[in-house]
Design a protein around this ligand. Structure first.
Ligand code: COA
Length: 194
């Protein structure tokens, strides 16, 4: 990243926001990943040593949101929807099209949803923007999440766990456990010998 917070290799004419702390050995493929980033926290995102984010990764972070990406973590193209906190541990491997969300961003009540949708046309920027509660999501160290999986608000995934492709994770996953399916269920225990 240069002094103007541009990425020399970027195809998109954007910058890395001021409150994103990026280790000098971290790699962000494109600043387009911050197109939806609105965090006003002192540090809205932290990207650790040797960590990487590739094309398709979107930091969809609200004004009070904070995302942290651990050392050597690698995100292939996830949507990180964060209004409170999303923590991704060191050496986590997050595959294509994974969704990590700490908030649903939509009211469950049909009448309320309808009212919110009616507000959209007058908004600038024009967006669906609700004030739904958020519950932190924590992805432990060395976790592997397969493609198209979704992790719902409040979930903690323990160190070394595996989440199968296209799973929907609605409850905590114990360390060194593989889960898969919708809803995600334990398929086996993993060896945690170092
Ligand atoms: C989770 C995963 C690693 C498990 O692989 P595995 O240990 O070889 O598991 P198996 O194929 O032996 O399957 C074990 C059981 O889990 C089920 N299962 C495995 N993966 C599943 C998935 N993604 N969704 C639903 N069920 C799944 C199998 O049907 C099987 O069920 P059964 O015991 O009732 O027959 C693998 O299935 C997977 O999803 N890999 C994702 C790969 C990926 O995303 N790569 C991206 C590169 S970063």
């Amino acid at each position: 990243m240069d002094a103007a917070r541009r990425l020399p290799w970027d195809w998109y004419q954007g910058v890395i926001p001021e409150n994103v702390v990026m280790d000098e050995t971290a790699y962000v493929e494109t600043s387009f990943s911050f197109f939806l980033y609105r965090s006003e926290e002192p540090v809205g995102a932290r990207i650790g040593r040797g960590a990487s984010t590739y094309l398709g990764t979107m930091f969809d972070v609200g004004p009070r949101g904070r995302v942290s990406l651990g050392d050597y973590a690698l995100v292939h193209g996830a949507r990180i929807i964060c209004d409170a906190e999303v923590e991704i541990g060191d050496y986590a491997l997050i595959s294509w099209n994974v969704v990590l969300m700490d908030t649903y961003r939509a009211p469950a009540d049909p009448a309320e949803r309808r009212r919110e949708l009616e507000l959209v046309p007058a908004r600038r920027p024009r967006r669906f923007d609700t004030d739904e509660p958020a519950r932190p999501v924590r992805i432990g160290q060395n976790v592997w999440i397969g493609f198209d999986a979704c992790v719902l608000p409040g979930v903690t995934i323990g160190e070394g766990a595996i989440v199968g492709a296209r799973s929907v994770v609605f409850e905590d996953v114990a360390p060194y456990t593989a889960v898969a399916g919708n809803p995600a269920r334990v398929i086996r225990k993993l060896n945690n010998e170092r």
